[in-house]
Design a protein around this ligand. Sequence first.
Ligand code: ADP
Ligand code: VHF
Length: 389
Amino acid sequence: MSTDSQADAGVSLSVDPSELLRAARRIVVKVGSSLVTNEGRGLDEAAIEQWSAQLATLVKSGRELIMVSSGAIAEGMKRLGWKTRPKMINELQAAAAVGQMGLVQMYETKLREQEVGSAQVLLTHADLADRERYLNARSTLLTLLEHGVVPVINENDTVVNDEIKFGDNDTLGALVANLVDADLLVILTDQKGLYSADPRKNPNAEFIHVARAGDPRLEDMAGGAGSRVGTGGMITKILAAKRAAGSGASTVIAWGREPDALLRLSSGEPIGTLLIAQTPKQQARKQWMADQLQLRGHVTVDEGAADKIVAEGKSLLPIGMVAVSGEFSRGDVIAIRNAQGQELARGLANYSAGEARLLCRKSTNAVEGLLGYAAEPEMIHRDNLVLRG
Ligand SMILES: Nc1ncnc2c1ncn2[C@@H]1O[C@H](COP(=O)(O)OP(=O)(O)O)[C@@H](O)[C@H]1O
Ligand SMILES: N[C@@H](CCC(=O)OP(=O)(O)O)C(=O)O
């Protein structure tokens, strides 16, 4: 890793950091409670306006941006007049419900002033662990991005308890980066980035400019939250970077008050700490697919579809399916086989086995008539498909 005073010769970071930053098209930005709420004093309108203006500029330049914003509990506490953070989970949930109103209202107003649409998305751990809901969340977010809308995401605090919540939005940011195959996760916080020790406790701590995401030495450097309102501290950011790297996304940890941080990062300026993912995106997604639960079934395709999938990297459309085997639900991993029974690919099914049987040999525009609704035109989208062999 590379610090202010020394470059670690044992680590080779094969990528050019500026190039990596400039090339990032799909970016998840996470901002922490202490920044969003001015250390609990109330929503920082000027800061949200600044970030929104930068998000808008980046969207208009053709990039896709997702905001994961904390601050609901801190803002709710302020609105309810609570001076200390309650211990009871139901009170935290109530505060989050109150605060979330103000939070999204502020983002909506600031992004609209920039003529950019926004959408509120509240997620829980269970949503991303459930295969069908995972696919639905992915599909919704990708559709929003396609339309140039900025999703503003927070944890759905109302329905979670201690056992099943993400607990901190750094983890949520990483899971969202995994969900949408983001290129970059930017975690904005109240420090300039990662130091070799908590700078609030150790004034001699050295700044880390760049390192490998997942380097275990980083975990020893990171301590817990330093502020009254933040929850995760640096350790959850380090672990988030490791998780994001699982789908090939690199992570930047930077100071949220750094002027034009998002714009400068996108133009390749190395601000903050860059934690570089070691596995390229495509390969990481293949690994992810390979790690999924056992196959739930398979579809047999005709020669034309087999060709499109294998030679041209296209999606599987219902018209190319000739038979369906097994019982599976939307979101399950299934195999695609040719008429000789050879497995060509694996992917996430957009339709259940029962639905797929009805769709065999049917054109995409017949889907709605046959099922009464249409989720997607493809049986398996090419982004959710990995070739075998
Ligand atoms: N090695 C470290 N480098 C930088 N900050 C650290 C480190 N270890 C612990 N911290 C603390 O983590 C805090 C940021 O985390 P947190 O308070 O959860 O912020 P946020 O609300 O942005 O998630 C910093 O203010 C700092 O005190
Ligand atoms: N959902 C909670 C998130 C709390 C949280 O993780 O905060 P932080 O550690 O500041 O990112 C909220 O909005 O208050």
